[in-house]
Design a protein around this ligand. Structure first.
Ligand code: DX5
Ligand code: ZN
Length: 230
């Protein structure tokens, strides 16, 4: 089993030192940066937009890294082109925000980037059934979206496992991402259930340890459990 990818979420970073903090994550070996876009409508919080993606692009190019943009916004179709022009590599939209999900996924692909589809904790996996072969990344929210620093919802592990089975059954190589409450205690079970991309915000950018130390601890915690099961 290949090791899962750790995707630092900049939502928890110190925005006054954003470039520096992202540089630390790259130096520690990360190849994904997760960018949380919130509009104050789909979720109660407001965060950032295409300007920040544009600012992150040159450094991502330097490290050949992926900018993984998670759109927690209503009517995401209106902004897809803006995020692609700003430099996103993956655009993930929420099932709950897309009445015409198939059209949205096609539009993302036609813009030349990878489409991702996210599910809130209460949304059943059945919502993905018809779109399964057409998407490059599936995101299981393991908290209700909108804020960093929340606790992992334990039921998420079974949901990840069931999605893993659905993807394996059709031979899909899509990424299976988990987002919310990932830390040293929870990363192992999410990885063991079949997640291939683990998003972590507050477990990476915090006052307790350096970004590099936090990444090392999370990587160890993830590999211990995947080794036991994989
Ligand atoms: C939550 C966001 C997450 C968030 C995760 O709505 O989608 O990406 O940054 O933060 P932590 O890792 O602190 O739960
Ligand atoms: Zn996110």
């Amino acid at each position: 089993m290949t090791s899962p990818i750790l995707a630092p979420s900049i939502l928890a970073a110190d925005f006054a030192r954003l470039g520096e903090q992202v540089e630390e994550a790259y130096q520690a070996g990360c190849t994904f940066i997760h960018v949380d876009v919130m509009d104050g409508h789909f979720v109660p919080n407001i965060s950032i937009g295409p300007l920040v993606v544009r600012a992150l692009r040159p450094r991502a190019n330097h490290y050949a890294a992926t900018l993984d943009v998670h759109l927690m916004i209503e009517q995401p179709d209106r902004y897809l082109a803006d995020f692609v022009q700003a430099g996103a590599d993956i655009l993930t939209v929420h099932v709950e925000a897309c009445p015409h999900l198939h059209r949205t996924v096609q539009a993302i692909r036609e813009l030349g980037v990878k489409p991702g589809v996210a599910l809130n904790p209460a949304t059943p996996l059945a919502a993905l059934e018809e779109i399964l072969p057409l998407v490059d990344l599936f995101l299981i929210m393991s908290v209700n979206p909108g804020f960093g620093g929340q606790s992992y919802i334990p039921h998420s592990t079974a949901k990840i496992h069931r999605l893993r089975q659905m993807l394996d059954a059709i031979g899909s190589t899509a990424l299976l991402q988990v987002d919310g409450g990932i830390n040293e205690q929870t990363i192992g079970e999410a990885a063991a259930a079949g997640a291939t991309v683990l998003v972590a915000g507050s477990a990476i950018f915090n006052q307790h340890r350096s970004v590099q130390d936090n990444i090392a601890h999370l990587t160890t915690a993830a590999s211990l459990v995947t080794k036991l099961t994989g």
